[in-house]
Ligand binder design. Structure first.
Ligand SMILES: Cc1ncc(COP(=O)(O)O)c(C=O)c1O
Length: 450
């Protein structure tokens, strides 16, 4: 490893970072995170903070889970790679498929297709949903419905169903046939409706209207996050996902629950769909499936979809889709160990308790700091704080102030994430009560610096 001077000198010189402009990284070089322990990270200057981001909504077990690390290390020596394209498999992949199926049994998921991450999983789900309808004899069903403010990754399929224009406009034209409904976002919505339950009804009506306009027989699937994460931690009314499920059923549209963030305990339940009492037709997961220790994702399907593929008589059920690293043996070993640890530690219970503590603490801070326009969360360890420069007008806070808040919070002991004018938090699910209090006091200092 080169010395610190080399690292600082070459920081962002040759590396283009995701989700930022290269020139900005030259002006303000990214923080170099050199080490981590428990739920804390340490930068190159030796400054330690609680990681309220959980890496990127993914390090659910914290940074020190040796069971997962050892499983990865051992598998590297047993079999570092072999292809899982039809014709060959490997022991950890078989074991991981069994573990994932058991984990999501209550969600009705019975088959799994492994990928290398969330974007892969979303594109897999979109593709398989089209193929499902072709196999059933309805090849006209090719369109997708989704929600504004949704985030479904950055492949062309996922970006096309994404509901935030900053992930879209530079890359247009995107996939044709993708249509977006309003987000279940009471703070801002086109109906000017602050009541979450009424807003859910309004969006359901908009969905019925869009389906009638498009023609149900042209729509393959509807994709949604049970709680929208990257879009700002937007928590829908408890009735919302069930309403969407009923509409999908009535019109023969598959429901894809994008659980890349909400899977594996983050909401206080093992899945976001389960949190809302809904069984989707397909689920996409990643992140917490290995606690971020190895890049793995998965697309799961329930019996309704599986039966059509497995009992096909048309000869067209070949899944001509997949990735070199699908069902990677090292990734699969990480999945097996991570799911076992996730269950042993019952991380969902801690996520629920610490999530409530964080949410209540931030709501208290909102009484003190006028720049807090909206606080969202209260369902596990996902909390969003929307900052405004004028509370009455709900004017989004400018980026310079957001960066000031971010830096002051970091210096005071917590790494948080910015998403436009939102402060987003998704700490490891293993976080302690004292560490949540550290986040809250660091935020207090951050908001005071605005
Ligand atoms: C809900 C959701 N879907 C998909 C993705 C894309 O996952 P990845 O970044 O692993 O491709 C993300 C990433 O944050 C996500 O939050």
């Amino acid at each position: 490893m080169k010395d610190d001077n080399f690292l600082k000198e070459n920081n962002a010189r040759h590396l283009w970072h995701p989700m930022g402009a290269p020139a900005d990284s030259h002006g303000t070089p990214p923080k170099i995170i050199k080490g981590a322990e428990g739920v804390k990270i340490t930068d190159i200057d030796g400054h330690s903070t609680v990681d309220a981001v959980g890496g990127l909504w993914c390090v659910n077990l914290g940074y020190s889970n040796n069971v997962v690390k050892e499983a990865i290390a051992k598998q590297l020596y047993d079999l570092p790679y072999y292809s899982a394209f039809a014709g060959t498999s490997n022991p950890p992949a078989i074991e991981a498929s069994y573990a994932v199926r058991e984990f999501f049994d209550a969600d009705g998921m019975t088959r799994v297709f492994f990928t290398s991450g969330g974007s892969d999983s979303v594109d897999t789900a979109l593709r398989l949903s089209r193929q499902y309808h072709r196999l059933r004899g309805e090849p006209t069903r090719t369109k997708f419905l989704s929600l504004k403010k949704g985030y479904h990754g950055t492949h062309f399929g996922g970006a096309s169903v994404n509901g935030n224009n900053r992930f879209r406009i530079n890359y247009e034209p995107l996939l044709p046939g993708c249509f977006h409904l309003p987000a279940p976002y009471p703070y801002r919505n086109p109906f000017n409706e602050a009541d979450p339950a009424q807003l859910a009804q309004n969006i359901a009506a908009a969905m019925e209207d869009e389906i009638a306009f498009q023609g149900a027989n042209t729509i393959a699937a509807f994709i949604m996050e049970p709680i929208q994460g990257a879009g700002g931690v937007i928590v829908p009314d408890a009735s919302f996902m069930r309403l969407m499920r009923e509409i999908c059923d009535r019109h023969g549209i598959l429901m894809i629950s994008d659980e890349v963030i909400t899977g594996f305990g983050r909401t206080g339940d093992w899945s976001g769909a389960r949190h809302w009492g809904v069984q989707p037709d397909m689920m996409t997961v990643a992140k917490g499936i290995t606690s971020g220790y190895f890049p793995v994702g998965a697309c799961m399907v329930g019996d309704k979809v599986a039966d059509v593929f497995e009992n096909d008589q048309t000869g067209e059920a070949g899944i001509f889709h997949g990735y070199t690293y699908s069902a990677h043996p090292v990734g699969s070993a990480a999945v097996v160990a991570c799911l076992a640890e996730t269950q042993r530690l019952d991380t969902k219970a801690n996520a629920a308790a610490r999530g409530t503590q964080l949410y209540d603490g931030v709501r208290k801070l909102a009484e003190k700091h006028d720049i807090i326009g909206d606080v969202r969360g209260g369902h596990g360890l996902m909390t969003g704080i929307e900052l405004v420069s004028d509370k009455a007008a709900k004017t989004p806070m400018d980026m310079a102030t957001m960066k000031k808040v971010h830096e002051a919070t970091y210096q005071a002991g917590a790494m948080v994430r910015l998403g436009a004018h939102n402060v987003l938090m998704s700490p490891p699910l293993t976080i302690s009560e004292a560490e949540v209090n550290t986040i809250l006091s660091a935020l207090d200092a951050g908001f005071s610096a605005a």
